[in-house]
Design a protein around this ligand. Structure first.
Ligand SMILES: [Zn+2]
Ligand SMILES: [Zn+2]
Length: 340
């Protein structure tokens, strides 16, 4: 079978790799759509993955083959699957830190999403593989994971109805957060981004105002829109310490900053500790669990969460290199999906 194999940032090869064989309780999926995620890009840029490797984890496809003992699925089923699964019983899981569970990072699909066929281990089949409802396309289903990560992050922030929310960084993850903030009852969402195209996308997805932090006084604007109080919640959906500092200046005392995106290795953040003393909460969130994936699937199925409009580019599996190049520009593109 073919896969798009990462050898280096500018060296992604479409080549022959062995087709995985399914064992007891496992399923082989034929990939139909796999989203290109910011974390795929940062793994390549930060070299946290050892080449050769097949990346990609936002997978939707058809069941091609099932191993012994699999009763829930049969060949031809349209499915979404998550790549990491927590054990739900360890010390981390008992504290709600499911994505920090040691088993979470050990579980994975084989060889990765950017391949023609993908072996799904039995634990993923049992806990995090869902049938795609009729009426939902493969590419919409491949956004379940992204949506679930944003849902987990925003729920951790305990926002209240009628809150003012600022979204810092209007790439696909920022826009999903924007939609979720409105779904959870935000009275206004303010979108900020350095790129005009992305600010416009923010407005299209329902932001009442957009700010260019390079050209405008973001703090002044937010203060004016909140009667001088500051936002209740600022979500940082871009991996930049400066963006986090800015978000700290946009929220009110007692407000919350959600650190959603991973910053480059070695990043440092300088903050006034008195902001924390004055009850500004810094909340981190990484990845998602099957519960959020279930909810995300339901929000997408019912049209409450619009994901199709986020997809601006589609590339065939043999063009993954071009897709990565486009995503790295963080310019006039939103969600990029790789198709079979
Ligand atoms: Zn992802
Ligand atoms: Zn665990």
């Amino acid at each position: 079978m073919k896969a798009a194999v990462y050898y280096g940032l500018d060296d992604i090869r479409y080549e022959e790799v062995p087709r995985p064989r399914v064992g007891q309780g496992e399923v082989l999926i034929r990939m139909k759509s796999c989203g290109l995620c910011g974390t795929d890009i940062s793994k390549m840029v930060e070299k946290t993955v050892t080449p050769p490797a097949v990346l990609g984890h936002e997978v939707a496809g058809d069941v091609e083959e099932v191993g012994g003992g699999v009763e829930k699925f049969r060949p031809g089923d349209r499915v979404f699957v998550a790549h990491h699964i927590p054990c739900f019983v360890c010390h981390w899981c008992r504290h709600g830190n499911y994505s920090l569970c040691p088993e979470f990072r050990q579980t994975n699909i084989d060889p990765g999403g950017f391949a023609e066929y993908i072996r799904v281990p039995h634990i993923n089949v049992a806990r995090a593989m869902f049938r795609i409802p009729d009426g939902l396309s493969y590419e919409e289903a491949s956004l379940i994971e992204s949506a679930a990560c944003c849902l987990r992050a925003i729920l951790k922030c305990r926002m209240q109805p009628a809150d003012t929310v600022v979204v810092v960084g209007c790439g696909p993850m920022g826009l999903l957060h924007l939609e979720l903030a409105l779904l959870l009852g935000a009275s206004q969402v303010i979108a900020t981004d350095l790129v005009n195209y992305r600010r416009m996308a923010g407005e299209k997805f329902g932001a009442s105002h957009s700010i260019d932090p390079q050209e405008q006084d973001a703090r002044g604007e937010v203060m004016e829109l909140t009667s001088g109080r500051g936002a209740d919640l600022a979500i940082v959906a871009v991996g930049s310490p400066q963006a986090i500092s800015q978000a700290m200046s946009l929220v009110r005392e007692g407000g919350t900053v959600s650190v959603f995106a991973e910053c480059p290795d070695g990043s440092k953040l300088t903050i006034d500790p008195n902001l924390i003393y004055h009850e500004i909460n810094l909340i981190g969130s990484y990845s998602s669990t099957p519960s959020e994936q279930r909810i995300a699937l339901e929000l997408i199925r019912t049209g409450r969460l619009k994901v199709k409009e986020l997809i601006t580019h589609r590339f065939k599996l043999n063009k993954l290199g071009e897709a990565v190049e486009l995503a790295r520009e963080q310019g006039e593109s939103l969600k990029i999906v790789i198709t079979a």
